[in-house]
Design a protein around this ligand. Structure first.
Ligand code: HMG
Ligand code: MG
Length: 305
């Protein structure tokens, strides 16, 4: 094997974000039954963690305003189904439906904290504090997201030290895992390695971290490989490369799950995902959305015959 496989983890957990990060960004609201079918098909293709929706203010993200209708349609599915929760109101809505895995979502920059949460960084962490405590007390797992870890559309490049500080504070609140977001897709592999080394230096080791790359500049796969080489073994991806963020205009689709699985398969890393089935799911979803998937792997595999 030409690639030094001892440098990378044997196992990678894929955290599928298509139904949440992907569909939150669609202009047209996708019918709830189509979302449920999308999630069922993702689970049937072997994905074990599928971020299903958000319990945010319905006016802020109308695309996901049907969380109450969607979650009960997924009961019994053989997959973890985390959901985004920004505040206590959102937590109450999630717990009432039996959601047992949530994610709070902070920002390394003041500009995005304000745009996305209507709060400063300090205020947003204060908003999360009772959410994390109450969720953990209720037995729920709590992921933290940290957005704008590399660059911010208003503030430009984000200093590594600033990211490390907010990351530390999210773990101090009680998050069990932290996903490092390249919200606008500007990271490059050297920057990823540098940030992970700086986090490692303060005890935030790769086993507690995930990476969340958007693919604006086509760097998401290269960045993922750099993260794997730094010991990260949880990678966020979105089926078909759906995605973006309605509060960061320069955000485009996430790393496509199919592109990730193709690379991992080539590296001999088993993900348990059936790539043909996943591709068929993204082609099916693209037909609902009325445009082809931007994923190169989806395009290649679906045009093979
Ligand atoms: P706010 O306007 O400051 O809200 O928004 P508020 O706290 O002042 O409350 C105003 C009213 O909203 C109240 O109602 C609340 O009850 C209600 P009233 O008393 O006036 O009748 N309210 C809610 N209702 C339902 N569910 C709720 C909720 N919260 C308050 N959860 C807020 C603050 C945080 C709510 C708002 O800013 C918000 O919802 N933001 C979410 C934005 C979002 O979802 N962005 C996308 C996800 S982040 C992302 O995509 C990045 C990521 O992928 C990683 C990466 O790529 O970097 C994760
Ligand atoms: Mg995102």
């Amino acid at each position: 094997m030409p690639f030094p496989s001892e440098d990378i983890p044997d196992r990678v957990r894929i955290h599928e974000v298509g139904p949440r990060d992907g569909l939150q960004n669609e202009k047209a609201v996708v019918p709830t039954e189509v979302k449920a079918e999308f999630i069922r098909r993702l689970a049937a293709s072997g994905l074990k963690t599928i971020e299903a929706t958000s319990f945010v203010h319905p006016k802020w993200v109308p695309q996901l305003a049907d969380a109450e209708q969607l979650m009960p349609m997924l009961s019994g599915l053989d997959a973890r189904l985390p959901a985004l929760v920004p505040n206590e109101r959102g937590l109450e809505r999630a717990l009432a439906l039996g959601v047992d895995e949530i994610a709070v979502f902070g920002s390394a920059t003041e500009s995005f904290a304000k745009a996305n949460l209507n709060r400063s960084v300090d205020e947003s962490l204060a908003m999360f504090e009772p959410v994390v405590t109450r969720a953990r007390d209720a037995g729920a797992q709590v992921r933290g997201y940290l957005s704008m870890c590399f660059g911010d559309p208003w503030e430009g490049p984000v200093p590594v030290r600033q990211v490390v500080q907010v990351a530390r504070r999210l773990f101090d609140l009680g998050c069990t895992e932290l996903s490092l977001g390249d919200t606008i897709g500007v990271a490059t592999p050297g920057h990823v390695t540098e940030l992970l080394a700086a986090l490692h230096e303060v005890g935030l080791t790769a086993d507690r971290l995930a990476v969340h790359f958007h693919d604006t500049y086509g760097q998401a796969l290269a960045n993922t490989l750099a993260a794997l080489q730094s010991g990260v073994c949880t990678v966020d991806a979105s089926a078909g490369g759906l995605g973006g963020c309605p509060y960061a205009k320069s955000a485009t689709g996430n790393l496509a799950t199919e592109d990730l699985v193709w690379m991992l398969n080539g590296l001999g890393i088993d993900t348990g995902v059936d790539l043909d089935r996943l591709t068929a799911t993204s082609v099916w979803m693209a037909a609902h959305l009325g445009r082809p998937s931007p994923s190169r792997t989806v395009r290649a595999l679906s045009h093979k015959e």
